[in-house]
Design a protein around this ligand. Structure first.
Ligand code: FEO
Ligand code: CA
Ligand code: CA
Ligand code: CA
Length: 567
């Protein structure tokens, strides 16, 4: 039988797939190079050059003028010959950010402010300065958007009673975007940042009403960073509507540092992974979105208006219909509209409590929907279903039963799979689709049943927990993992988290990059000339990348030594 390498060479990849790694650095294929572009604490402005210390981390007074921690979704924009990256900082590791005496919980308002500033979004100009890409310090594009940044809202739930607070009685001016996980890019060149596990930021110092809606979204108990002890905005006993102002897709114009980010309520409120925008055959805007929780759903938003290049974008993300996916066992599927007629709920309730609306129409409970990626030249879309240890074992907390079936075929699924759908009539606007599984991850060295994975999974390319995904312009699917990197038991032979490249015609998959142990791979975009890939490395272990001191989540640049295209 053929070796992994000879099989890989027959796959039509432009690189020779690499082996697993278990060490604390990055590996890329022969003929490729990598270097760090931006680390947690790196200055965006020259007055913050000394903000980071290897012993104490980032100084609070400069913490909103540096690159944030735990990099995630990322997109590249151009303005003439300038290149601007917008990139999420999903969450913080308090033990890395705070003094040891804090024991991982903020002890005062300054420590809370530091954590708030290390999260959110970084907008930064990058350029090849002759020694590879670097941040353009003091660029007028550079900007931090944090848990404190003033936002606005639009769509049917904006201004509703559900989103009014003492500080904002009109319900139109929320502050902050939080737990920014995946991302998206609009057809008109703005950034979509997606609010995921926002529930964990809220706690209570007194009594509050634990509603079914709070339960379905996991809101209640202790705030993960004790914000509520120092800032009443995060205190459920004082501001029970504040959590309703988070869990949205938020649009940022990265080319205008004075612009106000907009939370688009029409796209629904859930634990958003990313937002993949495509167009229906008639020109309407379609946004595919996953809700990353065991047993939650996949959604799509379809605008009422039509986008034309250079035309008005008014209403395109505020006026339309939210749908939720139903996958049938016969490999057909349908998008079920969430409307007052189909759900018996008001439009405000549908949008603020989209999960409950999805349950009412019988949407399919999924194995943790992470990123959706749409093929650049074919009308099909892919969603990474990262894993679901509870599938077939226990119901979703506060939600629906999660029986085995359809695109979620395995009980206690620790490996994950990637589902693909082909819209009817090759139209992303269609209500019907057919689906299949592009890959079912598994371990063929340990199992000889469904847990071995689909036939495009081999001992040479295996992985678990697909998460980030993006297509390069040549139609290859790049897959990033966020899974068990113990390299033991049922994960033996899978090594550290990794980034793979999939041929969606043949099914072949080859490993392109391995991350330092402890890290997951998050976020991917390419330079304007497609010669450099920017890749996120989140929560690394050891002392990566500095070799000493604290581990620093970073964005790296990867390129081919011969200067050939990579994206
Ligand atoms: Fe933040 Fe679902 O990953
Ligand atoms: Ca993710
Ligand atoms: Ca994940
Ligand atoms: Ca993660």
């Amino acid at each position: 039988s053929s070796t992994t390498a000879s099989r890989a060479e027959g796959m039509g990849f432009a690189f020779k797939p690499i082996d697993i790694a278990t060490d604390h650095t990055i590996h890329v294929p022969e003929g490729y190079q990598w270097k760090v572009l931006a680390r947690w604490g790196d200055a965006l402005f020259s007055d913050a050059q000394d903000a980071y210390s290897p012993d104490t981390g980032v100084d609070v007074s400069k913490s909103d003028r540096v690159f944030g921690e735990n990099t995630d979704g990322m997109e590249l924009f151009t303005d003439g010959d300038k290149q601007i990256i917008a990139v999420n900082s999903e969450y913080v590791n308090p033990k890395i950010n705070l003094p040891a005496a804090s024991e991982g919980m903020p002890q005062n308002a300054d420590e809370v402010m530091l954590l708030k500033n290390m999260q959110g979004v970084t907008v930064m100009e990058v350029a090849d300065m002759g020694n590879g890409y670097e941040i353009v310090v003091d660029s007028p594009y550079n900007r931090r958007i944090t848990h404190e940044t003033q936002m606005t809202m639009d769509g049917p739930a904006a201004g509703s009673d559900l989103v009014k607070t003492n500080a904002d009685p009109e319900g139109m001016s929320p502050k902050g975007t939080m737990n920014n996980c995946g991302s998206g890019k609009t057809l008109w060149g703005t950034y979509l940042t997606c609010e995921e596990n926002f529930n964990g930021y809220f706690g209570a110092t007194g009594e509050y009403d634990v509603t079914d809606e709070f339960k379905r979204y996991g809101i209640g108990g202790e705030g993960r960073y004790a914000y509520e002890k120092f800032d009443p905005r995060y205190d459920l006993s004082k501001e029970p509507n504040e959590p309703h102002r988070h869990g949205w897709v938020t649009e940022i114009n990265p080319l205008d540092p004075a612009s106000t980010p907009i939370k688009h309520t029409a796209l629904g409120r859930f634990k958003h992974e990313n937002a993949e925008m495509v167009q229906a055959a008639d020109g309407r805007v379609v946004v595919y979105m996953g809700d990353d929780e065991r047993g939650e759903f996949i959604y799509k938003f379809v605008s009422n208006g039509v986008y034309t290049e250079g035309g008005s974008t008014e209403g395109l993300l505020s006026d339309g219909t939210l749908y939720v996916a139903k996958f049938n066992d016969d490999m057909s599927g349908e998008w079920l509209a969430l409307t007052p007629e189909t759900t018996g709920m008001s439009i405000e309730d549908i949008l603020v409590f989209s999960r409950i609306a999805g349950s009412k129409v019988g949407a399919t409970t999924m194995d943790r929907p992470e990123w959706v990626a749409a093929h650049p030249s074919k009308v099909e879309a892919y969603c990474a279903l990262t894993n679901n240890k509870n599938r077939g074992v226990k119901p979703n907390a506060g939600g629906d039963d999660t029986p085995v079936g359809g695109p979620n075929p395995r009980e206690s699924n620790n490996f994950g799979q990637i589902v693909r759908w082909m819209p009817a009539g090759a139209d992303h606007g269609a209500d019907a689709f057919t689906w299949d599984l592009y890959v079912m991850a598994g371990n063929p060295s340990v199992y000889d049943n469904a847990y071995a994975g689909s036939k495009n999974v081999t001992a040479g390319n295996m992985f678990n927990s697909p998460d980030g995904m993006a297509f390069s312009s040549d139609g290859y699917l790049w897959i990033q993992t966020d899974g068990d990197d113990s390299n033991e038991g049922e994960f033996e032979g899978q090594g550290n988290n990794q980034m793979l490249v999939g041929n969606t015609e043949t099914g072949d998959i080859g490993r392109f990059l391995t991350a330092p142990n402890g890290a997951e791979v998050t976020g991917l975009c390419w330079s304007a000339d497609k010669k450099v890939a920017f890749v996120g490395i989140q929560h690394p272990g050891g002392s990566w990348p500095d070799g000493a001191g604290k581990p620093r989540s970073s964005v790296i640049a990867v390129w081919r030594e011969d200067g050939a295209l990579i994206g």
